[in-house]
Design a protein around this ligand. Structure first.
Ligand SMILES: Cc1cc2nc3c(=O)[nH]c(=O)nc-3n(C[C@H](O)[C@H](O)[C@H](O)COP(=O)(O)O)c2cc1C
Length: 364
């Protein structure tokens, strides 16, 4: 899919798309929207600037399952359950991890402008994250902060190049958390084990009509559709061609099969330098949020190092695969939360976000 769910397969889709190559008429508008969204954080940001930076975080299916409530010197990140994806994420694990990703961006942005930036669970409601904007003195413009507008999930085949030891330890250090462990694998036989689990999980997902229909709903088949919605999985951001929406739907239904997808997943993992698995120490929303934060720091550090990354969560979304991964890692009681591959490769078009005004909640 445009997601790992790289639905649009190079073969059939390119064939179908080639006569329509000039058809993605919204491309310029899409590029402009992506650039405006990623403009630098002003020196003296207001709350809408901070919220915009928070939303540049990764989030499952790009549903953006969040709302932001500004109250004096805090911003609360609230779950938006109307944007959940019940088939792929029945217990809202990914939804809460997405809130963690946004909280990490917000915290880094706050600290870059001399604010406190501490992020903690608010007492009210489940999974509400409160980030402090209290003045805190010195501004800290970290490399992770600077990478926020550049980070993207790059769902492409990478170059296969290895990543040096210093970069690997920087990635590991960025992800450090008292509540989450990160395991980085770069040995080929280990990566092949993950690949097998990912391919099997992928096959099960693409054989499931409910998974397919939920995924299709979030695909934006061309730039105009992506700009109109400001959310979802834009095909070209997944390395696939744009097509008219009606045609995309037909291709998705008729040509996207477990087999067509599985080969792509295998090639993508084999082209990567390594795989990182994030495992929170407890299995509850507070820890899923922490897993999202650890991933977001990892991803920003990768971006700062010039590395690409993308999720291969087929391994953790299907319960049987998740258990098999936990066993393989020697943590049968643990729940692997997120799995990411990384390596070197080229940029793809960025994904979009909804306007900040649509997601801000006013305090009465
Ligand atoms: C919790 C979580 C789960 C995700 N799962 C997948 C996945 O399984 N496959 C994939 O390709 N992308 C996955 N993503 C990436 C999102 O699709 C991506 O962040 C979103 O489309 C926005 O794009 P961007 O990260 O490039 O800004 C996931 C992101 C999060 C936070």
């Amino acid at each position: 899919m445009v997601d790992r769910r790289q639905f649009l397969l190079a073969g059939p889709m390119c064939f179908a798309a080639s006569p329509l190559a000039g058809c993605d008429r919204g491309t310029a508008a899409h590029r402009e929207a992506a650039a405006v969204l990623r403009r630098p954080l002003p020196g003296t940001p207001d709350e809408t600037d901070f919220v915009r930076y928070a939303t540049l975080a990764a989030n499952s299916h790009n549903t953006q399952p969040w709302r932001f409530r500004v109250d004096g010197e805090t911003i609360d990140i609230l779950p938006d359950f109307t944007r959940r994806t019940p088939v792929v994420d029945p217990d809202n694990h990914h939804l809460f991890a997405s809130l963690g990703c946004a909280a990490e961006n917000l915290s880094l942005a706050a600290r870059a402008r001399g604010r406190d930036g501490a992020a903690e669970l608010a007492e009210e409601g489940e999974g509400v994250v409160r980030v402090s904007l209290k003045p805190a003195g010195k501004a800290e413009e970290s490399a992770l902060f600077q990478a926020i507008p550049m980070r993207q999930c790059t769902r492409a085949v990478y170059t296969g190049e290895r990543v040096g030891r210093d970069a690997l330890s920087a990635l590991e250090k960025a992800a450090v958390s008292p509540r989450v462990d990160v395991l980085i694998m770069t040995d080929r036989p280990e990566m092949e084990e993950v690949l097998e689990l990912a391919v099997a999980g992928n096959g099960m997902q693409f054989a499931d009509p409910d998974f397919r229909s939920e995924l299709k709903e979030w695909i934006r088949f061309n730039a105009a559709q992506a700009v109109e919605h400001g959310d979802g999985l834009y095909t070209r951001a997944g390395g696939n061609p744009a097509v008219p929406a009606w045609l995309g739907a037909v291709i998705f239904d008729r040509m996207i099969t477990p087999d067509s997808e599985n080969g792509k997943v295998a090639e993508q993992i084999r082209s990567s330098a390594g795989v990182a698995v994030f495992i929170a120490r407890e299995n509850d929303p507070a820890h899923w949020i922490e897993a999202g934060r650890a991933y977001q720091r990892f991803a920003l550090q990768a971006t700062a190092l010039g590395l690409k990354h993308a999720f291969i969560n087929q391994t953790v979304e299907v319960a049987a695969q998740r258990e098999a991964l936990a066993n393989y890692l020697g943590m049968p009681e643990g729940r692997p939360n997120l799995v990411v591959r990384f390596g070197t490769g080229t940029d793809l078009p960025y994904s979009l976000r909804r306007p900040v005004e649509e997601i801000m909640v006013t305090v009465a």
